[in-house]
Ligand binder design. Structure first.
Ligand SMILES: Nc1ncnc2c1ncn2[C@@H]1O[C@H](COP(=O)(O)O)[C@@H](O)[C@H]1OP(=O)(O)O
Ligand SMILES: [Mg+2]
Ligand SMILES: [Mg+2]
Ligand SMILES: [Mg+2]
Length: 322
């Protein structure tokens, strides 16, 4: 009887405690990323991509636009004071009831919030949204490279994030389920996938659609046994998390804060590191410049990250220093 009374008291106490903002925001981001992924699939199925050329090798489709509308409307409805920055221009203030998602993932809601993040307020948070990472690959049919990225930064640092893969297929019995959502929270861990150990030999991952002589130079000096060339910052960081590659090298401008915020947060939560090719961290505050001018260098652990930074020639570092 005493035991029953004791555990009931505990449950009541737990329910009456409010879930910290960061955990609620991550839980809502997981739910809205799932919906954005469905939008990305539906637009591809209809076949009307509505491609716009924003610049050289830089495209936007109806999927980029609609997925961003879904994410920004849904998060701003629930967290009105949070600054949300999305890749696609002219979309930020557009809200749409059609795509409103007010659910929050229940498993994430029950996560224990790390002590250092319990007091975070909406005013301290900047969310970076890449509604569709790997647009080039999306238009060319490399659908498994496509991801939806929602990165959460606090005081300029990426502390939580979601990478959703709309085209990841899981077979359950006779049925196949489309899409999976990977998440990470600083000092709490990662989930939504099975982490893999780094490959035995040095395997790199890099761009397949934005290469140039600087990018190739940085790859050659790494002395790798294999180079994987795939689309999207999200997909490349997933390859690190799953043990398919150990270093992601991109010695070129081109990626922006929304490409790296969520991947960096998840990789860091898993024990990895993402910086520019000089080894300096990017900042994710509301007023930072959006381009990652000094490239991207990410590795599954500090040792491999240091190895890679040391191999990049000084001349190349000088060329890319901001
Ligand atoms: N030169 C570029 N112009 C526009 N976007 C770029 C460029 N380089 C990289 N990106 C963005 O960074 C992501 C990772 O680059 P890559 O696939 O070449 O390694 C791309 O999918 C693209 O994001 P997005 O597809 O969201 O526009
Ligand atoms: Mg783009
Ligand atoms: Mg992107
Ligand atoms: Mg994008």
């Amino acid at each position: 009887m005493e035991l029953l009374f004791g555990s009931n008291t505990l449950i009541t106490k737990k329910m009456s405690q409010t879930v910290p903002l960061i955990v609620r925001l991550l839980a809502s981001s997981v739910s809205v990323a799932n919906r954005a992924g469905k939008i990305v699939r539906d637009i591809m199925s209809k076949g009307e991509l509505g491609i716009i050329e924003k610049g050289k090798d830089d495209y936007q489709t109806e999927a980029d636009r609609s997925a961003q509308r879904c994410i920004i409307s849904s998060l701003s409805a629930q967290f009105p004071k949070i600054k949300i920055i999305g890749e696609e221009d002219g979309n930020e203030n557009q809200t749409s009831d059609e795509y409103l998602v007010l659910d929050a993932d229940k498993d994430i809601l029950s996560l224990e919030c790390p002590d250092g993040l319990k007091e975070v307020k909406e005013e301290d948070v900047v969310v970076w949204v890449d509604p569709l990472d790997g647009t080039a690959e999306y238009t060319q049919g490399f659908l498994e490279h496509v991801t939806v990225l929602i990165g959460i930064s606090v005081n300029e640092k990426p502390i939580a994030g979601v990478i959703h893969q709309p085209y990841f297929k899981t077979i359950v019995g006779n049925e196949s389920k489309m899409g999976r959502t990977i998440w990470g929270l600083k000092d709490a861990g990662v989930g939504g996938f099975t982490p893999g150990s780094p490959p035995e030999s040095l395997i790199l991952t890099t761009t397949r659609s934005h290469s140039n002589p600087l990018v190739e130079n940085a790859l050659q000096v790494m002395k790798a046994t294999q180079i994987l060339r795939v689309g999207g910052a999200g997909y490349k960081v997933l390859q690190l998390l799953e043990g398919k590659a150990s270093i992601y090298v991109f010695a070129s401008p081109g990626c922006k804060k929304w490409d790296t915020c969520a991947p960096e947060a998840i990789l860091t939560a898993a024990g990895g590191k993402l910086t520019d090719i000089l080894g300096s961290s990017y900042k994710y505050g509301a007023t930072v410049s959006k381009p990652n001018k000094s490239g991207v260098l990410a590795a599954v652990n500090d040792e491999l990250h240091t190895y890679a930074i040391n191999r990049i020639p000084q001349e190349l570092k000088d060329k890319l220093s901001a």
